[in-house]
Design a protein around this ligand. Structure first.
Ligand SMILES: Cc1ncc(COP(=O)(O)O)c(C=O)c1O
Length: 359
């Protein structure tokens, strides 16, 4: 038996690592990043602020200054706190870690196709993952969701709002009925990674639903590189999740940068507004192309269905345009491509290249 066979558990050995596409020199439209850098004036002010950070000290694990700003700027209800993660990816792992049980596996229910980290976190922590297919138009199959909740009694339901990879914003009444069905039994996570582009949120509804957790990230807002996610819920629940959080999980440079960003949130909100309007323009332009189906999106990306999507994807790659080929992820996504909405200039390059590739 090899060392690896002896040491690493079989399900990990059997899987492949999370693949990130090589993107040097590409027009990068695969990861839902904000295309805009910080304005020069803010860059200089941030550089000064970062130069004053005490790199020799551990972060202060209460992160009071940053949490206060997030509460104020992100509409966290009075009396509610947040906990921070190294990206919301880490928060997703922490939830699984806190909820997994040894004797009888706790369950996660979520619509599929969905964000891959929900399934991975379940696998790593030893939770059972139950994916409920969306309808072919990518709305929730609410009957199937409610009967899965009834049948499986999950501990956690994930709803990404808007949904990745489809961009759908699920119907508010249906989401509310899921929260109701989980009441007294388990928690519902409203994963609002794309909230800046949806202008819809369950954050203000936290006081109505003790079993609701609202999760956000600064990644899509323009700060994917600093890795910061946060989530809010009733204090009793947050206190439990906080026990599995490594005490210094958010580093001092991220902390200082995020505080700075919260102090200049108007700049990021303005960028999000441009991206929202670009999304509508790009959707209209793609819709005019022959044979292309564009799905409605409330996020900073568009999901489209294209005849021979695999070939189109490869042709775009050859032209140094990187988008995401979703076809292999799930049968519902056959011939689907996902494109991050970018600046007017980059969207134009994409449209020109894409039009040439579907000829
Ligand atoms: C629905 C959803 N949740 C969470 C994340 C992770 O965000 P973060 O960059 O904060 O880890 C993503 C990233 O793409 C996402 O699509």
């Amino acid at each position: 038996m090899s060392l690896i066979d002896q040491v690493i558990r079989p399900d990990i050995r059997a899987m492949s690592a999370y693949a990130v596409a090589h993107s040097d020199g590409f027009l990068k439209l695969d990861a839902m990043e904000n295309p805009y850098p910080l304005p020069e004036k803010l860059k200089a002010a941030l550089a000064k602020r970062l130069s004053e950070v005490a790199l020799n000290r551990y972060p202060v694990p209460s992160y009071t200054g940053l949490k206060t700003r997030i509460r104020q700027k992100m509409g966290v209800p009075d009396g509610y706190d947040v906990i921070l993660g190294n990206g919301s990816d880490e928060l997703i792992s922490l939830i699984a870690l806190a909820c997994a049980k040894k004797d009888e596996p706790a369950k996660i229910v979520t619509p599929v196709p969905g964000f891959v980290m929900y399934a991975l976190s379940a696998q790593f922590a030893g939770m059972e993952f139950i994916g409920i297919p969306l309808k072919p138009d990518f709305r929730l199959d609410i009957e199937a969701m409610l009967s899965a909740i009834e049948k499986h009694r999950p501990t956690v339901v994930y709803l990404s709002q808007p949904h990745n990879p489809t961009g759908t914003l699920f119907d508010e009444k249906e989401v509310t009925s899921i929260i109701g069905a989980m009441s007294g039994k388990g928690i519902v996570i409203s994963d609002e990674a794309y909230q800046p582009f949806a202008e819809a949120s369950f954050m203000s509804k936290l006081p109505e639903y003790p079993n609701l957790v609202v999760m956000r990230t600064v990644s899509k807002l323009g700060l994917a590189g600093i890795r910061l996610g946060y989530m809010s819920a009733i204090p009793e629940l947050l206190a439990e999740f906080d026990k599995v959080r490594p005490p210094y999980n958010v580093n001092v440079l991220t902390e200082a940068t995020a505080e700075f960003a919260m102090d200049h949130i108007d700049v990021f909100n303005h960028q999000a507004a441009i991206i929202r309007s670009e999304r509508e323009k790009l959707a209209v332009a793609l819709d005019k192309l022959p044979g292309i189906e564009v799905f409605p999106s409330r996020a900073n990306f568009l999901l489209i269905r294209v005849p021979k999507a695999g070939e189109v994807f490869e042709k775009l790659l050859a032209r140094k345009v990187l988008i995401k080929n979703m076809g292999k992820m799930h049968t519902l996504l056959q011939n689907c491509l996902r494109i991050t909405v970018s600046s007017p200039e980059e969207n134009k390059i994409f449209l020109d290249q894409f039009s040439a590739c579907i000829q």
